[in-house]
Design a protein around this ligand. Structure first.
Ligand code: RP5
Length: 200
């Protein structure tokens, strides 16, 4: 994870202006017009293989994003600094992946007004059930939008962030609609492929 270690202390922004599987290149501006940032935070570099799924989606939608490593338990001051300063850096949503006693998303949500999206990670003998319950069972007043355990959760966390940002960004909204439409077409294609396989 050399890339990840390179961004430990200063957030690294990736822009992917020339590639998107969802819309033709000529309709793809340099990035989402408002320059909003989505943070992808995780409790350990061991979480990155899962959280990479969120980064891939954000890149595909050309959303400015940053990867930030911090731990609610091992680096509480660093976690607080990040959470308290995020809104003033133009971060618009924070995706947080953590395993085990996964308090990171809740601790961050308690120190920012931004939407926080939690991704429980399978990192222990309890296979993510520990992280799921730790992330989802927030006390009233401090919401964490909790996704599925693992890679699907990380992917959906990014798609939820896209949905939030698209409320104020028409270009992004169109990309999202195209993405949704492409998924639907893929199901139809799989139906045809399946029938051909069955009849062969
Ligand atoms: C959590 O503990 C992290 O989010 C990670 O999922 C888990 C194990 O961390 P490492 O021991 O691999 O650093 O805080």
């Amino acid at each position: 994870f050399s890339l990840l270690s390179a961004v430990y202390y200063s957030p690294y922004f990736r822009f992917d202006p020339f590639f998107t599987p969802f819309i033709p290149e000529q309709e793809n501006p340099l990035m989402n017009k408002s320059n909003d940032i989505v943070s992808v935070v995780m409790g350990s570099d061991s979480d990155y293989p899962v959280m990479e799924e969120a980064v891939k989606i954000l890149d595909a939608f050309s959303i400015a994003n940053e990867v930030f490593l911090t731990s609610a338990h091992r680096s509480p001051t660093r976690t607080s600094d990040f959470a308290r300063k995020a809104a003033q850096r133009n971060v618009k949503a924070i995706i947080v992946g953590a395993g085990a006693a996964a308090h990171l998303a809740g601790v961050i949500a308690s120190q920012t007004p931004l939407p926080v999206i939690g991704v429980p990670i399978d990192a222990t003998a309890l296979h993510g059930l520990d992280a799921l319950l730790s992330t989802v069972q927030m006390p009233g007043g401090v919401p964490v939008a909790t996704m599925a355990v693992g890679k699907a959760g990380a992917k959906n966390a990014a798609l939820l962030a896209v949905r939030i940002l698209s409320l104020n960004d028409e270009v992004l909204r169109q990309r999202l609609l195209t993405y949704i439409d492409t998924m639907s077409q893929e199901v139809e294609k799989r139906q045809e492929d399946l029938l051909q396989k069955i009849r062969a």
